[in-house]
Design a binder for this molecule. Structure first.
Ligand SMILES: [Zn+2]
Length: 150
């Protein structure tokens, strides 16, 4: 391998490491500081709620807790790995297979979210009283009829 190819390879590896470190830091900051924006605003959990806690539990090898926080965490890991590394790892797939995968994963997350909401899963249990909209309505900053409180 000549020097140009070695330099290009080192540059690709540095970029990949930087990308992975940035993604990890973003997800860690998101999980620790922000939480779910939909839940924060409306009090209703999103289909991904519990995923950060599930991934952190999986990192600790506590898979029972991981599944209780979000049963689809393995699907999320595999989907993200496939989507991000398909080209680098020379994995099979074209636009149609990517579309089918995306629709399937989104549908699966929606179905599991509806099931968890309907069965009273505590991870996705609505908490309207601490939501931003509810607090604004209580302070009179938002008409109560917007939330159906009147
Ligand atoms: Zn959420």
């Amino acid at each position: 391998m000549d020097n140009e190819k070695k330099a290009a390879r080192r540059k690709r590896i540095r970029r990949a490491l930087l990308l992975h470190a940035s993604l990890f830091l973003f997800l860690a900051a998101y999980a620790v500081f922000l939480g779910c924006p939909l839940r924060r605003i409306t009090g209703l959990s999103c289909p991904g709620c519990g995923m950060s806690r599930a991934l952190l539990a999986a990192v600790r090898l506590d898979f029972k807790s991981a599944f209780s926080f979000h049963p689809l965490f393995p699907v999320a890991i595999l989907t993200i790995l496939y989507a991000c590394h398909k080209r680098a790892w020379h994995l099979p797939g074209n636009r149609l297979s990517s579309l089918i995968l995306t629709v399937s994963v989104v549908g699966l997350f929606a179905a599991v979210w509806i099931f968890r909401l309907s069965t009273g899963d505590p991870v996705v249990a609505p908490d309207f009283s601490s939501s931003l909209l509810f607090r604004l309505a209580r302070r009179g900053s938002l008409p109560a009829f917007c939330l159906g409180l009147s």
